[in-house]
Design a protein around this ligand. Structure first.
Ligand code: TXA
Ligand code: MG
Length: 318
């Protein structure tokens, strides 16, 4: 199968819509990372999503909606907290877990009785979902075990010849996956940190958000992307500089360092990981200045990628 990359203009959206109606998968941009979409009523296409990603069937997909009305077809017993959150954060990088609607396929929810819902804040995603006329189940558009794609070319790297179409929306604004919060119990649980912080959620809900290691998003238990290069993190300039004394093919990420480096920020983290692998680097050295350390989602992804048991956080993979 030939994989085309097309812009998100109207005539290409129409092509995407047709493909989706024919049980094909289409990759599309969102403000977080690119998604790999299938219609929620199309079990054949949903199966394909798991198959071509190499994704374990118990790791559920997020249902992407473009209008609030759709919620009634995918979720049940929706608590008031959901409406508070959606009012403030939809469309945007927040995924909410609710009780699943009985009509929704268990393939999407990985056999669970709950469903993840998000309304992406991206014109191409929004128009595509509207045009198809039903929500799209979509994981990040990467092979399982690769970094999430933040450019159309990343999706192409992973799925060339496996999907017919990638809609190109340029670089994703945030570059990290959405925050996942569960509203299945009275106390909200943060299952995956993201751009929207637990503090912001607490402010809207006027209650504490639990950040527990027991209740993780199912996907968080799997080994995430670990680049072939070893990841080293440094808290002080001295330790970094002394480490750099040993010559090595390496990527250095940080800010305002006295050695040649790439700027570390959330948006480009996965881009750099993919680049380090492509170049066959042996090491990725990351300088964690106090500003970086405050960014929970970024730190979480760095630690997950470094896959070092020393870095067990409350969101550890183990
Ligand atoms: O930003 C994002 O969320 C991107 C874009 C494409 O929307 N999507 C994304 O999907 O990151 P994915 O499949 O790579 O990650 C979804 C996460 C997984 O960790 C999964 O286990 C969790 O959400 N999840 C999905 N349904 C769930 C459920 N019913 N209960 C708990 N966690 C769930
Ligand atoms: Mg993913």
């Amino acid at each position: 199968m030939k994989t085309e990359i097309l812009s998100g203009e109207k005539k290409n959206l129409a092509i995407a819509g047709k493909l989706l109606k024919n049980s094909e998968l289409v990759a599309f941009p969102t403000e977080t990372v690119y998604g790999l979409g299938a219609r929620i009523s199309d079990e054949k296409a949903i199966r394909k999503v798991f198959q071509i990603k190499g994704r374990p069937p118990d790791n559920p997909l997020i249902v992407h909606i473009s209008k609030l009305d759709s919620i009634a077809k995918v979720a049940e017993e929706i608590p008031a907290d959901f409406f508070r959150l959606q009012e403030r954060f939809f469309p945007g990088p927040l995924t909410v877990i609710l009780k699943k609607h009985k009509g929704l396929s268990f393939l999407i929810t990985g056999g669970r009785d709950s469903v993840a819902i998000r309304m992406p804040h991206h014109p191409v995603a929004e128009k595509l979902i509207s045009l198809v006329g039903e929500p799209l189940a979509a994981p990040s558009a990467n092979l399982s075990g690769r970094p999430s794609p933040t450019l159309a070319s990343h999706v192409f790297e992973d799925f060339n010849q496996y999907i017919p179409l990638i809609l190109d929306g340029g670089p994703c604004r945030w570059g990290l996956e959405s925050t996942v919060v569960s509203l299945l119990s009275e106390t909200p649980h943060l299952l995956r940190p993201g751009v929207i912080t637990s503090e912001e959620i607490e402010e809207v809900l006027q209650k504490k958000v639990q950040r527990s290691s027991e209740q993780l998003a199912p996907g968080m238990k799997y080994r995430h992307y670990a680049p072939k290069a070893a990841i080293y993190t440094f808290d002080t300039l001295d330790t970094l500089l002394s480490h750099l004394q040993t010559p090595m093919e390496r990527l250095i990420l940080g800010k305002d360092l006295p050695v040649s480096h790439h700027t570390l920020n959330s948006r480009d983290l996965y881009y750099h990981f993919r680049m380090a692998d492509a170049k066959g680097y042996k090491e990725i050295c990351i300088f964690l200045d106090p500003q970086i350390k405050k960014q929970e989602a970024l730190m979480n992804r760095i630690f997950k990628a470094s896959y070092d048991p020393c870095y067990k956080t409350s969101f550890s993979l183990l």
